[in-house]
Every structure is written in C-alpha cells, then in structure tokens.
Design a protein around this ligand. Structure first.
Ligand code: KIV
Length: 283
C-alpha cells in the first residue's frame, strides 16, 4: 500500500503490531496499515504509560514488524521526547525509524515546534501521520485519560490543529478519544484522511491496539476497543495444560524426541565405548 492509496481510500483499517509474527498475520489478513505504536510500552513492556518508551526500543520493535509486513503500510510512533526538545534531533530520530523499515512516522500534537518538525521531516522525505485529540504522550498535562473536543470551541481547536498539520505536510491524522460528531466535522473539513481511535464511525479509517482486539492486555480494555478474541484465556489455558503434561510425564511424547540409532543405543545400554567411569560424584 502507498500513500496515494491511503489518501484515496474510502475506508482504512489499521492495527498495531510490535513483533514479527503478529505483523505477518495482520499483513496476511489484508489490513491496510500497521502501527508500531508506542502503546508497546504498556502492552509489551509493562510500563504504566507510553512516556517511558525510548528510541532504542522503538527501533527494535519497528525492525521486527517491518520484517513481517510485506504489503501493509507500516507507521512507527516517535516516542516521547524524541522530537520535543530539538528540531534537528527530531528529524534525525524520524529518519532512524525510516531506516528501520517504517514507511512513515506518527507524531503527537500540533504546537509551532511540532509543526516545524513535521515540515522538516516531510521536506527530508519522511512521511508523517499526525495525532490529535487525546495524545497519550501529554497525559501528564492533559489531566489524565480524558475525551477531547467535547465542546464546539474545542472541536474547532482540534480542527485548526489538524488543518495546520495538513498544511505542514502530514498525509493523515489520528483522532483519539474525540466525540463522533466532532470527529465527523473535522473529517469533513480536511483534505487528508482521519483515522479514528475512539473517535466514532465517520473518520476515514479505524485503528485499534491489537492486544485489545485479541483480549491479551490484562490491565484494561478501553470502551472504544472491540475484543475479537480472548488470548489471555487461550495463553493461560495452554500454559496450564503444558504444566500439567510436564508434571504428569505426558510431555514430551514419543514423536517429540530425538532417538539414537539402535546400534548406538545398544552400546550405551551395554556400557561399551565408555570414556570414563561415572561415579555419581562430580568432584
Ligand atoms: O501507540 C498507539 O498504539 C497509538 C494508537 C492508540 C493510535 O498511538
């Protein structure tokens, strides 16, 4: 999938992935875009927010996902503080994720500084997806995990930010935790596609954290995520059965082991070819 396909699509599907095999399955399923989200900090690494995630971590997970995704368009999140302090450092960090195989980076917010980062990235050949509404990297200044754009004025504020991102060269924008009517209004007034993460049905696309879709993340499942499976139950059940089989001697079975040839086994049984006498005392 290419940027022009994304920009002309009527509907877009996007899921997060953080590892090779999940990316491969999502890719094979036909999902349009894969996000290596900094949500990996919470769902894979067990941090309590995304702000701890580092560039080194994003690079490892981005490389793994890109090895698995052959068709889907891979976007990698720029982690907290990788673009906030310094413009050229931000552009260099974005370029590193592209060198890891991502086709674009996602950047949260739309302050003047961030718009400059977006502009410089795009000028340098790094495509950018914006991220507005609830922006998890700002959780400490946003008063927690709260819905954004709940009034006419704040909806216009998000639209202004989205327009500024569009003018700076972003080719799509994620809207997170925004009321459906506000997201619809924003979408109708933009030329670039919007991707909803808890922003209702009228955005161009939808994105979901794959661990929420799979029922894998144990701590919570947001109201706007739909659980299509229960990996938590599946993994716990498999681990329980494995544990029981090991303890009862049912694992491994005959067809799960390597065997000596009959001749070699016979020599072992007869004690021939011994190099040393085992005394049972290792000292
Ligand atoms: O990090 C992430 O997974 C995200 C999505 C929730 C949009 O940014």
């Amino acid at each position: 999938m290419k940027i022009r396909d994304i920009q002309s699509a009527e509907k877009l599907s996007m899921l997060t992935a953080y590892d090779y095999s999940t990316a491969k399955y999502i890719d094979e399923a036909g999902v349009d875009m894969i996000l290596v989200g900094d949500s990996l900090g919470m769902v894979v690494l067990g941090y309590d927010s995304t702000v701890q995630v580092t560039m080194d971590e994003m690079k490892i997970f981005t490389q793994a996902v890109c090895r698995g995704a052959k068709r889907a368009f891979v976007v990698a999140d720029m982690p907290f503080m990788s673009y906030h302090a310094d413009l050229s450092e931000g552009v260099k960090n974005a370029a590193q994720l592209i060198k890891c195989g991502a086709k674009a980076v996602k950047i949260e917010g739309a302050t003047d500084h961030i718009l400059n980062v977006v502009r410089r990235c795009v000028e340098s050949g790094v495509p950018v997806v914006g991220h507005l509404g609830f922006t998890p990297q700002f959780v400490n200044t946003l008063d927690g995990y709260t819905v954004q754009g709940k009034s006419y004025e704040t909806t216009l504020g998000i639209l202004r930010q989205a327009k500024a991102l569009e003018n700076a060269g972003a080719f799509a924008v994620v809207l997170e935790m925004v009321p459906e009517e506000s997201a619809k209004y924003i979408t109708e007034n933009l030329c670039i596609p919007t991707i909803s993460c808890g922003a209702g049905r009228y955005c161009t696309g939808q994105v979901m954290v794959s661990d929420d879709m799979l029922g894998k993340y144990p701590d919570f499942c947001p109201k706007f995520a739909r659980q299509y499976g229960n990996m938590r139950e599946f993994i716990t059940d498999c681990a329980r059965r494995y544990d029981a089989d090991v303890k009862s001697g049912k694992f491994p079975a005959d067809d799960e082991i390597f065997r000596l040839s009959e001749n070699e086994a016979k020599q072992l049984r007869n004690g021939k070819g011994k190099i040393y006498e085992y005394t049972g005392n290792n000292k």
